[in-house]
Design a protein around this ligand. Structure first.
Ligand code: SF4
Length: 122
């Protein structure tokens, strides 16, 4: 069965851009509503161990779509490209949303909007 995962990344939790939200409440809201099959928070996906995390997570083929709520989606694609390629996971199946400078409620709404876009409209 198609699995949809959501990763949240918040620049180690120290960046001012993520101070307005409670990232755990963002994660909890979305997992409670079962909009995705799994939710995880990573402190720094664009660091080397973030690459390793992505590779380990995606290499097994258990994820069909990956949503990433973090910084600018264009930058995300560039930063994750090598890890995705090594894992054999297509960039086309990764959907990013920028949640910087948002409140908890705004971040939840932005992520929901991303997840609920019909595939044909992406
Ligand atoms: S992926 Fe984006 S949000 Fe995450 S640590 Fe890197 S720059 Fe920050």
């Amino acid at each position: 069965m198609a699995k949809r995962g959501l990763l949240l990344c918040v620049c180690q939790g120290t960046c001012p851009s993520f101070q307005k939200m409670n990232i755990f409440e963002v994660a909890n809201t979305l997992r409670r509503e079962k909009l995705v099959d799994y939710v995880a928070i990573h402190p720094q996906l664009c660091a080397r161990d973030g690459d390793q995390f992505l590779g380990t997570l995606l290499a097994g083929g258990g994820t069909d779509h990956l949503y990433v709520a973090a910084c600018d989606p264009t930058m995300q694609v560039k930063m994750f490209r090598d890890a995705l390629r090594e894992a054999g996971f297509s960039e086309e199946k990764v959907f990013g949303v920028d949640i910087r400078n948002m409140s908890t409620e705004q971040a939840v709404a932005a992520i929901k909007a991303l997840i609920q876009v019909p595939e044909a409209e992406r």
